[in-house]
Design a protein around this ligand. Structure first.
Ligand code: FAD
Length: 448
């Protein structure tokens, strides 16, 4: 064992969930509600991950296109109900892009997540990062090493969910994964920012295409450094405030030995955080100078951290592919569905979109949450088992919540049965998810 027995030991849990993003928060909630003593460890000072630290819009709740269907339920609905209580929610109907958006004020969302989790009895530890695992030789995990201001501590559990987004626990224990950027270019990074004092009516006097033309023109003039020419801004539930997804930064590089490094590398991330704010200033200058409605606007805030789309994707019992997504494939063990297009933010000036047939969805198999070598750990969220393209569809937050709800329930079922995650009664899991309001199956025909 690498660590001395002197590490301070916390109390033991049935289930530890690592990472409190949309996937991890949903997993912890689901596990605790099923009766397991559940501990949620999050390195940030709040829960929500990308949903509260970077963004303000849920996609994946609806299929895009003319025949839009609602395709998530359960926890995603409870989260929206919580936001509605604070009147901090709006739907932005959309037949293109990723479909109808659910936009919220992330400050309220932090509180909504906290209320749901504490009501369910989840023990939450913020400002604590898992930095290693304790495991047997056959990769059965027995505990996690936590790093905090007061040093290292140790927490034991019988079962674990890796919802770190970056598959940190799988990395530490030695499970197989694909490092984004090695086989295919990894999706780019984005620093988000919000603008206040925007004249919204004036802003929407021009359409998206005109906005892109202005961006292109400004970039071509050489006066503004705007690498992405189809960046977007949108209204928020806060008056005269817009939020943006505009900047674009490389998410992988090579180290001195020629190995690929990506957004799990603190050095690469440090450079990207600084460069992301610098690039944002170019877009802010462009908006104020060139876009109607922004004449008197000002920067309100940057995202708490840079937005990371993909880093490590585990090798699971099944690997979801582009063909599965685009053919709207269904699976006997699916625990949720996805209708979002493949949305690839590559390194060029635009964004690549590929759609499923209108109104259709593909299934998300339980096996994509089960690392090949795992006995007592599931993953949930953006580190699930998928190729680069399939991931570019299924990473929307409606789906990461659905995966989290399923993984939390499944791990709790495994904990009660004291069985391997490979032996979970998947049809029982699917029924229990349906009973909890989740959308697990959906008919193929359009509902017009
Ligand atoms: C710029 C950008 C724009 C996007 N736009 C949209 C959009 O508009 N709508 C949409 O639905 N989706 C969007 N996505 C995709 C979506 O936001 C993500 O795929 C999703 O939020 C991932 O959720 P997650 O819970 O899997 O991971 P994360 O949200 O990344 O959560 C992981 C959590 O784990 C914590 N963590 C990590 N490592 C450790 C550790 N070792 N110990 C303890 N805690 C740890 C992190 O702090 C974090 O809170 C976007 C993504 C990006 C980056």
């Amino acid at each position: 064992m690498k660590y001395s027995v002197n590490l301070k030991k916390r109390k033991k849990y049935d289930v530890v969930v690592v990472g409190g993003g949309t996937a991890g928060a949903s997993a912890a909630l689901s596990s605790a509600r099923n009766g397991s003593k559940t501990f949620l460890v999050e390195r940030l000072p709040f829960v929500g991950g990308t949903s509260t630290a970077v963004l303000d819009t849920f996609y994946g709740y609806y299929t895009p296109g003319k025949h839009s269907k609602k395709i998530v339920g359960g926890i995603p609905d409870e989260v929206v109900a919580g936001l509605k209580k604070w009147n901090s929610w709006l739907e932005r109907p959309n037949t293109h892009g990723a479909g109808t958006a659910v936009t919220y004020n992330p400050e309220y969302l932090k509180v909504v997540w906290e209320e749901l989790l504490t009501e369910a009895g989840v023990d939450i530890l913020l400002n604590a990062q898992v930095v290693d695992v304790i495991a047997t030789d056959d990769k059965h995990i027995t505990g996690l090493v936590l790093a905090m201001k007061n040093g290292l501590e140790f927490v034991e559990a019988d079962y674990f969910v890796d919802a770190s987004g970056d598959a940190d626990i799988c990395h530490f224990v030695g499970f197989g994964y694909e490092l984004a950027g090695v086989d295919e270019p990894a999706q780019t990074l984005t620093t988000t920012f919000k603008m206040v004092n925007v004249n919204i009516d004036k802003r929407y006097s021009i359409k998206k295409e005109e906005m892109f033309r202005l961006m292109e023109q400004a970039a071509e003039s050489g006066q503004y450094k705007l690498p992405r020419r189809d960046g977007s801004d949108h209204i928020t539930p806060v008056g005269n405030m817009t939020a943006t997804i505009m900047t674009r930064l490389d998410s992988f590089d090579k180290d001195e030995a020629g190995n690929i490094i990506n957004a799990t590398d603190a050095g690469l991330l440090s450079t990207a955080e600084i460069e992301g704010r610098k690039q944002s200033m170019e877009y802010i200058k462009f908006l104020i100078d060139k876009v109607p409605g922004y004449e008197h606007a000002s920067l309100s805030s940057f995202g708490y951290q840079i937005g990371i789309r993909e880093t490590r994707r585990i090798y699971g019992l099944y690997r979801l592919t582009k063909e599965d997504v685009l053919s709207a494939k269904k699976f006997d063990d699916q625990i949720g569905v996805c209708g979002a297009p493949i949305e690839d933010h590559h390194g060029g000036q635009g964004t690549h979109w590929v759609y499923l047939p209108d109104g259709e969805v593909c299934g998300i198999p339980y096996r994509t949450l089960v690392p090949v070598d795992s006995t007592n750990l599931l993953v949930a969220g953006r580190c699930f088992s998928a190729t680069h393209d399939a991931h570019a569809s299924v990473r929307s937050m409606g789906q990461t919540m659905a995966m989290g709800q399923a993984a939390g329930l499944a791990i709790s079922m495994a904990a009660k049965e004291k069985c391997s995650v490979k032996k979970v009664n998947v049809q029982g899991l699917r029924q229990a998810l349906k009973d909890a309001g989740a959308v697990v199956d959906i008919e193929d025909e359009n509902n017009g």
